[in-house]
Design a protein around this ligand. Structure first.
Ligand SMILES: [Fe+2]
Length: 319
C-alpha cells in the first residue's frame, strides 16, 4: 500500500464508523463539494482540497511522498522529534527501515485545525437527544476556545523534524476515535449493563483495557458508585477532537442521559457532571486511543504491512 492509500483507508473506515451515521457524513461532504464548485478560482486555489473527501480536519498526510510504497510502519499515540529520530535509528542501526510514521494525535496543519472537527460533537449529542440548537449553542464558545488555544502551540515542530529526516509522516485522529467509539457502542449495546460495575466489567473484557489495568490505568468510575444504575448510556466523549463543553452535563441530564462513558475528564468537568447527577465512567485515554488505532492497524497488517508500536500504543491484534 502507498501512503496515500493508507490515508484513504483511514478516512473510509472513519466515515464508516462515524456516530453521526455514514449517510449524514457523506451528504455533508457532497454539500461541501457543491459549494466548492461555485467558488472563484482564487478561493479554489486557497481551499484545503483534502476537505473535499476527508471530513476530519485532524487527520492528514504531513510529510513525504504520498505515492511511496509502505512495508513497515512505526505507529504511536504522540509522535514528536524523538520518535521520528527513533524511526530513523531503527533503520540505520537495526536494519528495520521505517517507511511511514503514523501518529494518532494530530500534528502540523491537522493540529492547527483541530477545532474544525469538534462540530461532530453537536451532531452526536443531538443523536443522544440533546436538541441541536442547545448542542450547537453550548459547543460554539468551546470550539472557539480550542481554536484560539492551538494557535499558541508550536504545531509544526514534529513535521519540520520529519522533513529534515526525510521521513513520511501522517496523523489519523478522529478517524480512529470513531472506530473506538463504534466498537464500544456495539459492545455496550450487546452487554446491556445495568450498573456502573457492569459497565466496568464489560470494558475490562476488552484487551486494551485489561492491559491498561495492569499498567494501573484501567477503566474507572469518576461519578457515581459501583451499584449506581446506568440509565441511558452515551459515548459522547470518545470522539470529536478534544473535550467538549463542561456546560453540557446539565443539558444531557435534561435530555434523559444517565451515564457518560468517556476517555478522560478534567476535574472541573467532573464536578459539573456530578452536580447534574450524570454518572461518569472513564475508560482510559491511551487505552481507548490504542483501541481505535488497533482496529485500523489490523487492516494494514492484514495487507502485509509490519507494525512497530511506540509512544503509548498498546498494540492488540484482532485477527
Ligand atoms: Fe487522545
Amino acid at each position: 500500500m502507498t501512503v496515500e492509500q493508507i490515508y484513504g483507508l483511514a478516512i473510509k473506515m472513519g466515515i464508516g464508523a462515524d456516530l453521526r451515521g455514514q449517510k449524514t457524513v457523506l451528504s455533508q461532504l457532497k454539500k461541501l463539494n457543491e459549494r466548492f464548485k461555485k467558488l472563484s478560482p482564487e478561493k479554489k486555489e486557497k481551499f484545503d482540497k483534502d476537505r473535499l473527501f476527508n471530513p476530519y480536519s485532524d487527520s492528514r498526510v504531513l510529510s513525504g511522498n504520498p505515492d511511496k510504497e509502505v512495508k513497515r510502519v512505526m505507529a504511536g499515540i504522540d509522535i514528536d522529534t524523538s520518535e521520528l529520530l527513533m524511526a530513523r535509528y531503527l533503520g540505520d542501526q537495526y536494519d528495520k527501515k521505517i517507511d511511514l510514521v503514523i501518529s494518532h494525535h494530530p500534528s502540523g496543519v491537522a493540529l492547527a485545525d483541530l477545532s474544525a472537527v469538534m462540530h461532530l460533537q453537536a451532531d452526536v449529542l443531538n443523536r443522544y437527544g440533546v436538541p441541536i440548537n442547545i448542542a450547537e449553542g453550548v459547543m460554539k464558545p468551546r470550539i472557539s476556545e480550542v481554536a484560539r488555544g492551538v494557535l499558541a502551540i508550536n504545531h509544526n515542530k514534529a513535521v519540520d523534524a520529519a522533513k529534515l529526516l526525510g521521513m513520511s509522516f501522517i496523523c489519523i485522529h478522529t478517524c480512529c476515535d470513531n472506530l473506538a467509539a463504534g466498537f464500544l457502542d456495539k459492545k455496550i449495546k450487546k452487554d446491556n449493563p445495568q450498573t456502573l460495575a457492569e459497565i466496568l466489567k464489560s470494558l475490562k473484557e476488552i484487551p486494551e483495557y485489561r492491559e491498561a489495568g495492569k499498567q494501573k490505568s484501567g477503566p474507572k468510575i469518576f461519578v457515581g458508585n459501583a451499584g449506581s444504575r446506568v440509565g441511558k448510556i452515551v459515548l459522547s466523549e470518545i470522539t470529536g477532537g478534544t473535550s467538549g463543553s463542561k456546560e453540557i452535563y446539565e443539558k444531557m441530564a435534561n435530555a434523559g442521559v444517565g451515564t457518560v462513558i468517556g476517555m478522560h475528564m478534567k476535574d472541573e468537568y467532573r464536578a459539573e457532571a456530578e452536580k447534574a447527577h450524570v454518572n461518569v465512567v472513564i475508560a482510559g485515554h491511551m487505552s481507548t486511543d490504542s483501541l481505535g488505532m488497533n482496529l485500523f492497524l489490523d487492516e494494514l497488517e492484514k495487507k502485509g504491512i509490519e507494525i512497530i508500536p511506540c509512544s503509548g500504543l498498546i498494540r492488540m491484534k484482532r485477527f
